[in-house]
Design a protein around this ligand. Structure first.
Ligand SMILES: Cc1cc2nc3c(=O)[nH]c(=O)nc-3n(C[C@H](O)[C@H](O)[C@H](O)COP(=O)(O)OP(=O)(O)OC[C@H]3O[C@@H](n4cnc5c(N)ncnc54)[C@H](O)[C@@H]3O)c2cc1C
Length: 339
């Protein structure tokens, strides 16, 4: 039975929660966050087997929130780093004139924009759902994109924050600059609300539960994002489009192949599969953006860089190698770690 009006579940059971333990976490070093353990008196809030389904709108909100944190954490550090590069002189030159340093920041900027576009897409879909005007296609997209977004941006933020701390040199490690806190805070983003692996499994679950409908919706949306063909003189964008089409084909072939395999195969492939979906989808968003503003060289460059810097569909290695994700591979993984 429904215990409260929709969206008020936790607040209506909060009088039943007792704090049993306050736990230090990485972030608690500066007293920003504390990890609280509750003793909870449980009662049934939905029919059996429908528990997660009945709280799923809350999961969507928290996952989007997590991604907002991930993207904004990176953006803030990057802005500071860009400013630092204008001022810091190393080896006789300001960092802003150093090709290797600027390349490092540009790569993070491209990653950041990819994550940002995906976040905006999911936020838009969620708005449509909340206002009950989403089409079936949009609901399918929201279902698969939400775990993908949280998975991709959480991990991205940890890597980007680490690189950005390094961009400040020794200052990045000093507590009184305030910078290390950003790396510590980023680390939780890939853990809570589902780790990378757990979210990858959730992506698979969404595909199984909808008989593949969510995957078809995602690939169809990719195709529609890259519908406009660049002019023949625009070689960079043509090659980008080709890479995206290739990645979509690889993902489709992999999905077909997986139907002939055992459970180990898909479980072992889950993370690479989810990364393939996230990277390819983002590539299509960036391409769509670039093709809508043909005179904006910067958007074009970002779309081109995304496909150049990322392996769009890492699952393609399994298409011509029987061993990848097999039980033999699993046995060998075990042997590498434990024997
Ligand atoms: C600061 C903080 C605040 C939190 N706040 C809340 C909160 O308010 N409410 C709440 O309910 N929870 C909260 N959590 C809990 C958080 O959601 C979980 O810690 C997180 O989902 C990971 O689950 P776990 O700790 O049980 O790890 P485990 O599930 O034990 O995971 C351990 C490792 O195993 C891997 N793994 C687990 N299952 C699979 C699988 N099926 N396939 C492949 N790999 C797998 C994981 O990826 C992970 O690397 C919070 C956590 C933190 C750190």
């Amino acid at each position: 039975f429904q215990v409260s009006e929709e969206g008020r579940g936790i607040s209506s059971i909060s009088p039943m929660l007792t704090v049993t333990r306050i736990h230090n976490s990485i972030s608690a070093v500066s007293n920003i966050r504390r990890f609280v353990f509750f003793r909870v008196f449980l009662f049934q809030v939905s029919e059996e087997g429908r528990g997660i389904a009945s709280i799923s709108p809350m999961l969507t909100v928290t996952r989007i929130h997590n991604s907002i944190m991930a993207v904004s954490n990176t953006r803030r550090l990057l802005n500071w780093s860009k400013d630092f590069a204008r001022k810091r002189v190393a080896f006789g030159h300001k960092l802003i004139h150093n090709p290797l340093h600027v390349q490092t920041l540009a790569r993070i900027q491209v990653e950041l924009e990819g994550g940002f576009y995906m976040l905006m897409k999911v936020a838009h879909l969620f708005g449509l759902e909340e206002n009950q005007v989403a089409t079936d296609h949009e609901l399918m997209l929201l279902r698969i994109l939400t775990p993908l977004l949280k998975m991709y941006t959480g991990k991205q933020s940890v890597a980007a924050s680490s690189e950005l701390l390094e961009s400040f040199g020794g200052h990045g490690y000093l507590e009184d600059t305030g910078l290390p806190q950003y790396l510590r805070d980023a680390q939780v983003l890939s853990i809570w609300e589902g780790t990378t692996n757990v979210l990858s499994m959730d992506v698979l679950r969404s595909i199984t539960k909808t008989n593949g409908e969510v995957l078809r919706a995602l690939l169809a949306d990719c195709m529609s994002n890259i519908a406009s063909v660049p002019s023949s003189s625009d070689h960079g964008l043509s090659a980008t489009r080709q890479s995206i089409v290739q990645a979509i084909n690889d993902i489709s072939s992999f999905a077909k192949l997986s139907t002939t395999k055992d459970e180990t195969f898909m479980m072992a492939a889950a993370r690479d599969f989810s990364y393939s979906l996230a990277r390819t989808y983002i590539a299509s968003l960036l391409y769509g953006n670039a093709s809508r503003c043909p005179d904006d060289g910067r958007s074009t460059e970002v779309a081109i860089r995304w496909t150049l810097l990322n392996d769009l569909a890492p699952i393609n290695k399994a298409l011509d190698n029987e061993r990848i994700y097999s039980k033999t591979d699993f046995k060998n993984d075990h042997a590498i770690i434990y024997s």
